[in-house]
Design a protein. Structure first.
Lengths: 115, 115
């Protein structure tokens, strides 16, 4: 298995632009998580899906952020419009909740820089 | 509610000496516990996990952790540090009885290994 795949790996954009981050979870996993990591705040859970349904989006910072999971093999995190304070590394992770082992597998992350 | 506290934000050891990274958890039920490692500019990788089997858990790269219910602790140890162990370490607890896979992350401990 290729593991969790994220694209792009690096994104540099200007303030006000729309940014879309993509994630392909491990095949067969039914939970997907979006995290943001910064020096100031550490690792924050933004939103997670179970069986393609958003379960908890309380970590999404504001309405500029949105996430979708149209099918079991794909999810997007969109920021519109982007701001410099959105600069961070965004991680996607997936897990299988069968047996309740709950181990999450992380992708390599997308490093976002908003100028 | 479940929570996890990493008692040290930064630990410094000399190469070849033991490593101890401390973690205390709070959980209203029997939890699953994990340690993840993050090397600079990399994603998170699972080191080891406890899921109510043996209380002494062995992980990758010579790391171990012992689940102590009476002390609500899950400290990470390694007998002899290697330069390649320098990284950020996260103690993690499963979020609850619901089967969604959500995890609660500690704030992280930075391990520095001096030659």
């Amino acid at each position: 298995d290729a593991g969790v795949i994220q694209s792009p790996r690096h994104e540099v954009t200007e303030m006000g632009q729309e940014v879309t981050l993509r994630c392909k979870p491990i095949s067969g996993h039914n939970s997907l998580f979006w995290y943001r990591q910064t020096m100031m705040r550490g690792l924050e859970l933004l939103i997670y899906f179970n069986n393609n349904v958003p379960i908890d989006d309380s970590g999404m910072p504001e309405d500029r952020f949105s996430a979708k999971m149209p099918n079991a093999s794909f999810s997007t995190l969109k920021i519109q419009p982007s701001e410099p304070r959105d600069s961070a590394v965004y991680f996607c992770a997936s897990s299988s909740t069968s047996g309740r082992r709950n181990e999450q597998f992380f992708g390599p992350g997308t490093r976002l820089t908003v100028l | 509610a479940q929570s996890v506290t990493q008692l040290d934000s930064h630990v410094s050891v000399s190469e070849g000496t033991p490593v101890l990274l401390r973690c205390n958890y709070s959980s209203s039920y029997s939890p699953s516990l994990f340690w993840y490692v993050q090397h600079p500019n990399k994603g998170l990788q699972l080191l080891l996990k406890y899921t109510s089997a043996a209380t002494l858990v062995k992980g990758i790269n010579g790391f171990e952790a012992e689940f102590k219910k009476s002390e609500t602790s899950f400290h990470l140890t390694k007998p002899s540090a290697h330069m390649s162990d320098a990284a950020e370490y996260f103690c993690v607890v499963s979020s609850g009885s619901s089967n969604t896979g959500k995890l609660i992350f500690g704030q992280g401990t930075t391990l520095q290994v001096k030659p």
